[in-house]
Design a protein around this ligand. Structure first.
Ligand code: MN
Length: 394
């Protein structure tokens, strides 16, 4: 009995590289600022779980940003350390100064961005992209060249830039869905077109505005991309990015592809990042949220106590999370029996029913029933002070 449905598995590249941008795009989440210590702690934890590349920051932003990128590059991590730079000499100089393994150069290519942001022609953008690549390569940096807003750009223009930048020394080129406004089919088309035009490592940086970031990352991989940008919990600009833990779990469990990132540390990593960000982890965040393995319904709890796979397709331990059996208006007798037997407390069927009725009554009034409340109810019922009534629940 398999816990998954693996009836259709898309073609995937031999090696999938995750370049995590929690420290760069993640920190661009409105209101978020990580301290140097927090950045170092997050980088170490990302490295510990096995993320291949860490985008440590955007050195041109400020002196302290430069300090933190330099500090992370100097930690001696197994992960390669990357930083972001515009196609400007001053930005590339800052990247050189930080001693990173690779610089992520980016320049916008959509007509919208050319006209209203860069105020440049396509020829000017092309020339600047190539010159910056040459400049970075001449200064000893490995280069990845990303075109911002790729999914709203002229595809031939994008391909021309990639080909020229690859010739100029870029070892990787990058597609971005900066606005998160492409469907999985559109991502598949764009990536496939680029893949057939050039045989170069290809990355995808995808946003979640339509809630499609994870799906689009799979579309990109199956169309020929081999590197995906993620952030922990999907934090980032607007609706955020591809959540690291979702990408890893989909690949590992639904497609049977282990990309070398250990899943057991994911919940701890999530807690670390959300705490540092000063943002509460959404309860229903897949895999790492507190509700990811919580059960209240009496039907579910009874089944989970019998065989967890009935309502959990992976174990909470496999992502470092834990199961929570919650007491509330949906509770049944199974959870009560289970809690009582954990403490070896005996009770008759009538007493158990009375306890369930009281849990339901309180749950109706104020949602969850706490552990303390539960044992108060148990004491009252077992001492007879609650007054016995017929049980409405079997
Ligand atoms: Mn972004």
């Amino acid at each position: 009995m398999s816990p998954f449905n693996r009836l259709a598995i898309p073609p995937l590249p031999e090696r999938v590289v995750v370049y995590d941008s929690t420290l760069r795009d993640g920190e661009q989440m409105p209101g978020v600022r990580f301290s140097l210590e927090q950045k170092v702690a997050i980088a170490r934890k990302l490295d510990e779980v096995g993320v291949h590349q860490i985008e440590a920051g955007f050195p041109a932003v400020s002196g302290s940003e430069r300090d933190s990128v330099r500090a992370i590059a100097g930690l001696g991590l197994d992960a390669e350390v990357l930083c972001l730079a515009r196609t400007l000499e001053q930005d590339i100089d800052a990247a050189v100064d930080c001693d990173v393994d690779m610089v992520l150069l980016f320049i916008a290519t959509s007509d919208l961005h050319l006209r209203y942001k860069l105020k440049m022609s396509r020829d000017q953008v092309f020339e600047r992209a190539v010159k910056a690549t040459e400049y970075a390569a001449d200064h000893g940096l490995r280069v990845s060249m990303s075109t911002e807003d790729t999914t709203r750009s002229n595809l031939q223009f994008v391909k021309d830039i990639y080909l020229a930048c690859h010739d100029a020394g870029a070892e990787r080129v990058g597609v971005t869905d900066t606005l998160g406004c492409a469907s999985p089919e559109a991502i598949s088309y764009v990536v496939g077109e680029i893949r057939s035009a050039l045989d170069v490592p290809l990355s995808a940086h995808l946003h979640n505005d339509f809630g499609l970031a994870t799906v689009n990352s799979i579309a990109a991989l199956s169309a020929g991309a081999d590197a995906i940008a993620t952030t922990v919990g999907g934090i980032g600009e607007r609706a955020g990015n591809v959540p690291l833990e979702q990408l890893v779990m989909v690949l590992k469990n639904l497609y049977g592809k282990d990309i070398g990132i250990s899943t057991e540390g994911l919940t701890e990593l999530g807690k670390l990042v959300f705490e540092a960000a000063g943002v509460s982890l959404p309860p229903n965040q897949p895999w790492i949220g507190p509700n990811a393995f919580s059960h209240e319904s009496g039907i579910h709890v009874a089944a989970v106590l019998n065989c967890p796979m009935t309502y959990e397709c992976v174990s909470p331990e496999s992502v470092g999370n834990r199961r929570r059996l919650v007491l509330g208006k949906h509770s049944g007798t199974s959870i009560v029996r289970s809690r009582l037997s954990e403490r070896e407390v005996g009770a008759t069927q009538d007493q158990i029913c009375e306890i369930v009725r009281e849990i339901k009554r309180r749950g109706e009034q104020h949602g969850r029933v706490s552990d303390d409340e539960f044992w108060t109810i148990v004491d009252a019922v077992l001492s007879g002070s609650a007054g016995m009534q017929n049980c409405g629940e079997g």
